[in-house]
Structure formats: structure tokens, C-alpha cells
Design a protein around this ligand. Structure first.
Ligand SMILES: Nc1ncnc2c1ncn2[C@@H]1O[C@H](COP(=O)(O)OP(=O)(O)OP(=O)(O)O)[C@@H](O)[C@H]1O
Ligand code: SF4
Ligand SMILES: [Mg+2]
Length: 461
């Protein structure tokens, strides 16, 4: 009984209001009162309604068509803020993230669990779950190779032309191959569309830059799948359990390739399953997700993402569920697709080995912010931020066998209540007096290498 009373007193103490340093009455730091929770929900509801309205608005294209700052990039993320409005407060999951993905390159994102890697990628795809998850501020500029449209919004076919530049006409036939006649009895003619090796008609394309963060959500169908696609972190929850793998794979082609037939979709799906190293693709094509192993499901997800050969592939921990031999094959496949379609990859992973092998550039995130970015060689050979240095040290090596692995002591601060100073301060072993001040600015240490740490700002001064 005495023990119970002690615990009860401890719990009640946490709920009690106390006095701060100036003697003012304040609530306990540990628990929110009912009144506070109601006030937070009310403020959140207002903000979420405003942002949902923006997301679902109808607006002219001019509001979200823009220009790239550097034409060599396929994606430019500028000052991105993505928040979750919860009853405990606003979780600033992505808090001012800024980086570019150059054309034809692989950018790796690393950082510890919960630092905002997935939320960044979900923001790019505009898949944050509303109304609580919202992009609050910032730009995500994406250079798409979009279908050109006429005034009515239809795609414009590419027609065959003769040596004089005149459009070539062909006779229209019925299903049996007999020519169709017009009302005067003459054979019906139409302009001849250029077709690819699969027999699909070609349409005029144009490069356009979309600001994804400002696009109404219904316009995103133009980009997802065909222009950019994502391999999700959890393959089981990303596949629909009531449809076969074939149905789900075919849907990608039928939805995104104009004029695609069911036969063509099936052929492409089986080709893709083959490409990602699935044995007996016909059997897997007819299976349901629960009939496959975790690794097979992950490969199906990869096949689905690659089906339309998008310009940007976002892969969130794509190889975590795979064994090492398949992992190597899949990484090889990503590289092959990247070269074939001149595309780029955003690769999110915990595995520094995968990053070292694949990435041209590396972005290191910590508690919703970028703390260091540079070329893979700079991040691996000359890491500047104490967190990145700790990450490198905690990597197991052959030499470290038998020794205890290095770990970074302490925890990430509470995401609802981030401090104003460096978020890594409580865990940093190289702290200086300045670290108690404002959050450190990004400092450039080489033309491609940036770090947010006061140690380097000091060097500048
Ligand atoms: N639906 C949600 N509601 C509230 N907070 C969320 C939600 N989803 C994510 N968060 C918060 O956003 C932050 C970033 O999460 P995110 O999933 O991006 O982490 P991550 O870096 O991908 O981690 P991991 O490596 O474990 O996948 C975390 O603090 C998480 O708690
Ligand atoms: S700013 Fe200070 S506390 Fe933060 S990582 Fe750099 S040295 Fe450490
Ligand atoms: Mg994640």
C-alpha cells in the first residue's frame, strides 16, 4: 500500500501546476490539461480547414506552372515545411528542408528514424494523409515531360509526314480490315499517327515545370506514375489485398499509357516482374499479395513503380526487406532504369552501404531539418557535422567485430516542442558556447558541401 501511495503521489505531481523561474503559474511540462487540448484542437481545425480548401481549390494552371532555378535539376525543394496537426500540438515533421535533385543523378537521404525522410518523400508525391498532414509552406519544383494538350484538354497526336513535310493520310478500316466508306462512297481517310514498336500511338510532349506544393491535389494524377513514382517503405500495406498482383500491375499501364489495351498491359506487367527477378512471373501475376513473401512483395512494388519508366523514382527503404543477393540485383536494376530513361532517383535508406554504392549526392536529415549535404565522397570521407561523424562511426566494419559498436547517446528532442538552438545540442560532444544561441545557419564548406553547425560558422568569422 505504501508503495502504491508513493507512485500515486509521483503521478499526481506530474499533473500539478507549478511556478516558473519568475514565480508565474504554469502548467506541468509533461501533461496537457483538457482545456489546453481543446484550445489546440480548435486552432488546428481552423488551420486544417484552410489548407484543405487550398488543396481542393480550382485554379488556373498559371498558379502552379513555374520555372526551375537551375535547368540541370529535375527537382528543386525549397524551404519545405510539412506539419501534422495533432491534439498534442503541431509536429513539424519537415521543417525548412531545401535540396535539389540534378538530372540523371541519385540523391540519397539518410538520418535516424523519425527525422522526416518519409514525410519529405510523401510531400513530393502529395500523399500526406489529410486533414492532419499538410504542406504548410515551401516549393517543390518538378520538371515534367508532360503531354501537350489542345484547347479542349485532349492530347495532340504526332502525325507521319512525307519528305515535303505534308501529313500522310491512311485509309480507315473496320475490324475485318475492309475500308470504311464515307456518305459519297469514297474510302474514309485520316491522318496517320506515328506508332512505337508496341503499336502505341505517339503524342506531342513538352517540358513543363510544376510547383507540386501549390498544385490542387486533383491535378497530381498528371505526375504520379508516369512522371514520378514511389516505392513505399511498407510493401504489405501498399498493395491492395483484394486484387491480384496482375490486376494491380496492369492498372498502372492502363491508367497512364494512352490507348493501352489489356493484352499490352499484361505483357508489360509480366516483363516487369521478370525484370525485377521474380521467378515464374505468370504464377505471381495471378497471385494475391498474401500469397507472396515479403521480399517478393517488395519486388512487385518496385515493378509497379518502374512500369511507366518515370523520370523520378522515389525509393523509400526499397531494399530493406530483401536478401543481399536480390538487394544487389534490385540496386543494379534501379541504376539500369535510371540510365535508360535519363531519370533520377531519390533514395531513402538507413543503410549507409547502399548509399555509398548508389548515391551521387547525400542529404543528412536530423529532426525534420537538413544538417549536412554534399557529394557522396564529401559526406563519407570528410563528414563535418558531429551527427554525420557519429553516423559514420556507428557503421559496423570488419575491424569492429568483437568491439561494442559506437552509439550516439541521448534522444531527438520532442517534435512538438523543438528548442530554438541546435537540435543536436543535447547529444553533441563538440558543443561550444554559441550552440546555446540560435539554430545554426547552413554554412558552405565547398562548392557542393553544406553544413548547419556553429563550429564551421566560427571558422568563417
Ligand atoms: N500521421 C502522423 N501523425 C503525426 N505525426 C506523424 C505522422 N506520420 C509521421 N509523423 C511524425 O513525423 C516525423 C517524421 O516521420 P517519418 O515517417 O518521415 O520518419 P522517417 O525518417 O521516415 O523514419 P523511419 O526511418 O523510421 O522510416 C516523426 O516524428 C513522426 O512521428
Ligand atoms: S551547432 Fe553546436 S551543438 Fe550543434 S552540432 Fe554543431 S557543435 Fe554540436
Ligand atoms: Mg520512413
Amino acid at each position: 500500500m505504501e508503495k502504491f501511495n508513493k507512485i500515486k503521489d509521483k503521478v499526481l505531481k506530474l499533473f500539478k501546476k507549478g511556478k516558473d523561474g519568475e514565480g508565474k503559474q504554469v502548467s506541468s511540462n509533461h501533461y496537457l490539461t483538457g482545456k489546453e487540448i481543446r484550445a489546440i484542437s480548435k486552432a488546428n481545425a481552423k488551420e486544417m480547414r484552410r489548407l484543405e480548401k487550398l488543396k481542393n481549390r480550382k485554379c488556373p494552371e498559371s498558379e502552379y506552372i513555374t520555372e526551375m532555378k537551375d535547368d540541370n535539376n529535375i527537382l528543386e525543394i525549397e524551404n519545405l515545411h510539412s506539419y501534422f496537426f495533432t491534439d498534442q500540438g503541431v509536429v513539424k515533421a519537415v521543417n525548412g528542408v531545401q535540396f535539389n535533385i540534378p538530372l540523371n543523378s541519385t540523391v540519397g537521404v539518410v538520418g535516424e528514424s523519425g527525422c522526416g525522410k518519409s514525410v519529405t518523400s510523401m510531400s513530393i508525391m502529395r500523399l500526406l494523409q489529410g486533414p492532419s498532414g499538410q504542406i504548410v509552406e515551401g516549393s517543390i519544383r518538378f520538371k515534367a515531360n508532360d503531354y501537350k494538350r489542345d484547347e479542349k484538354g485532349n492530347f495532340i497526336p504526332v502525325y507521319e509526314r512525307d519528305e515535303n513535310g505534308e501529313i500522310v493520310y491512311e485509309t480507315v478500316t473496320d475490324k475485318k480490315g475492309n475500308p470504311k466508306l464515307d456518305k459519297d462512297g469514297n474510302p474514309l481517310k485520316r491522318p496517320k499517327q506515328v506508332r512505337d514498336e508496341e503499336g502505341l500511338g505517339k503524342y506531342e510532349m513538352e517540358e513543363r515545370v510544376f510547383d507540386i506544393a501549390k498544385m490542387p491535389i486533383r491535378e497530381m494524377y498528371r505526375l504520379r506514375g508516369r512522371q514520378m513514382s514511389m516505392v513505399f517503405q511498407e510493401p504489405m500495406t501498399s498493395l491492395n489485398p483484394v486484387f491480384t498482383i496482375g490486376d494491380q500491375l496492369d492498372e498502372v499501364t492502363l491508367l497512364h499509357v494512352p490507348d493501352a489495351t489489356r493484352q499490352l498491359a499484361k505483357k508489360r506487367s509480366i516483363d516487369m516482374l521478370n525484370l525485377v527477378g521474380i521467378a515464374m512471373p505468370e504464377r505471381v501475376y495471378a497471385s494475391y499479395p498474401h500469397e507472396l513473401s515479403g521480399g517478393m512483395r517488395q519486388r512487385v512494388m518496385i515493378a509497379m513503380a518502374l512500369a511507366c519508366e518515370p523520370r523520378l523514382i522515389i525509393a523509400d527503404e526499397p531494399t530493406t526487406a530483401l536478401d543481399v543477393t536480390i538487394q544487389a540485383q534490385v540496386l543494379e536494376l534501379f541504376n539500369e532504369i535510371k540510365h535508360r530513361i535519363n531519370g533520377s532517383i531519390l533514395l531513402i535508406t538507413h543503410d549507409l552501404g547502399v548509399i555509398a554504392e548508389m548515391a551521387d549526392y547525400v542529404v543528412v536529415m536530423y529532426a525534420g531539418r537538413i544538417i549536412e549535404q554534399g557529394t557522396a565522397s564529401e559526406i563519407f570521407h570528410k563528414p563535418c557535422h558531429p551527427y554525420t561523424q557519429g553516423l559514420q562511426k556507428s557503421k559496423p566494419t570488419m575491424k569492429s567485430s568483437g568491439d561494442t559498436l559506437f552509439n550516439i547517446p541521448g534522444n531527438v528532442p520532442n517534435p512538438v516542442d523543438m528548442p530554438n538552438n541546435c537540435y543536436f545540442r543535447e547529444r553533441c560532444s563538440r558543443c561550444i558556447a554559441k550552440c546555446a544561441g540560435d539554430y545554426p545557419e547552413m554554412v558552405q564548406v565547398s562548392p557542393t558541401h553544406y553544413v548547419a553547425c556553429h563550429l564551421y560558422a566560427e571558422k568563417d568569422n
